[in-house]
Design a protein around this ligand. Structure first.
Ligand code: MG
Length: 385
């Protein structure tokens, strides 16, 4: 995909109403700052080429420190000192962006933004030249007089509350800023410039959750996007039959029977893969690697596990730790546990001491006890990057 989007994050707001005594963008939300949440949405967006952050005067080093600590992939990030007004900040930032086709402006103080909303706004900008995220006004609107008495009720059916992102063809926004400067026009958002310049602006249906953090109660850390850690559970069982190899945790274990399945039937790796997918709410291995697909016949489950690691990685997570239990009457698992742990750690690119494998029997009861099959249980944590 072409990286043709430049992003400006105005982050120069003081945040005095939040009461932290530091600029709003630096206030923590869950395990990260508000700025990092907003930045991450654009860093992970496949069309982002460059990002310019407008920081509040005297806070350069604090912002620099956050940016240096980020995994930015192919995206470049620059800092620019914010101006007196938001408009001045954007104007400074525009001058620093490379000549890309599209520019998105997004308030750093709107960390609840989704990738879907960036896509929708950009798509509308591609059709209309400019697009802004907006939501229909929910409350009844009234005009009041100086004494706080109602003068009239305003028809709200055509009223929208304007959010960000606001996406523009770069040329168009540059022209509008130039014209506004000549005419000494003052506005509170960038779409107003483009409207003033006489161009169409499309209202893209935004999201009521995409609020601008202003008051302490806006710091909603319950949103699952901000959970620093998530947990998943996986369970798998395969039948023990003659003429199959017994493979668990990627280790071939000498035994008179093996596990039956479309793939190599490694029930331990399947349970672990399901736990990881479950933690990210990404379905199960059946969804991703269907057992009627010839590609996965006799598949090496270690390969599936590596793919699952990459799948959650693409969603901004890394695996934290794994804890699993094999339930098998025979053979003894103990001599193989270390090797299993080291295979799993290598496939998920995590430390060996983050992988725990245990084994137990079923005390001769049930299908495991009668050696008809082997069952595995696993839990996994994933951490947001
Ligand atoms: Mg299975």
């Amino acid at each position: 995909m072409q990286r043709d989007l430049g992003v400006i994050l105005p982050a120069a707001g003081s945040g005095s109403r939040l009461g932290y005594g530091i600029p709003k963008a630096l206030v923590p939300l869950g395990s990260k700052t508000i700025l990092e949440h907003s930045l991450r949405r654009f860093l992970d967006f496949p069309r982002t080429h460059s990002i310019v952050i407008a920081y509040p005067k005297t806070y350069r080093s604090e912002f620099q420190k956050i940016v240096s600590g980020l995994e930015t992939g192919e995206v470049s990030i620059a800092l620019v000192e914010g101006g007196e007004e938001r408009q001045d900040s954007i104007s400074n930032a525009l001058g620093l962006l490379p000549e890309l086709k599209w520019v998105a402006v997004h308030d750093a103080a709107r960390p609840y933004l989704t990738a879907e909303l960036i896509s929708k706004t950009l798509a509308d900008a591609e059709t209309y030249g400019s697009a802004v995220a907006a939501v229909p006004v929910r409350d009844t609107l009234k005009r009041g007089d100086r004494n706080g008495l109602v003068v009239e009720t305003i028809d709200r059916s055509a009223m929208w509350s304007i959010q960000t992102p606001q996406v523009f063809e770069r040329e168009l926004l540059m022209e509008a800023y130039k014209k506004a400067e000549n005419d000494e026009l003052k506005v509170t958002d960038d779409a107003s410039m483009v409207e003033y310049y006489g161009k169409e602006v499309k209202l893209t249906l935004g999201d009521h959750r995409n609020i601008k953090i202003t008051y302490p109660e806006d710091l909603n850390t319950n949103s699952t996007n901000f959970l620093p850690m998530r947990i998943g559970f996986g369970y798998d069982v395969h039948q023990l039959v003659e003429n199959r190899s017994l493979i668990l945790g990627g280790v071939t274990i000498p035994h008179k029977k093996g596990l039956l399945g479309h793939s190599d039937a490694d029930a331990l790796l399947h349970a672990i893969a399901d736990a990881i997918l479950g933690a990210a709410a990404l379905g199960d291995i059946g969804t991703h690697f269907p057992d009627n697909d010839p590609e996965f016949k006799n598949a090496d489950s270690r390969d599936l596990l590596r793919r699952v690691g990459r799948l959650v990685g693409d969603r901004g997570f890394r695996v934290g730790n794994i804890d699993a239990t094999i339930v098998a009457e025979k053979p003894k698992m103990k001599p193989h546990i270390k090797m299993m742990q080291s295979n799993i750690a290598a496939d998920l690119q995590i430390d060996e001491n983050a992988v725990s494998i245990k084994a137990t029997t079923s005390e001769k009861m049930g299908f495991v006890g009668s050696q008809q099959g082997i069952a595995c249980h696993a839990v996994a944590t994933i951490l947001s990057r």
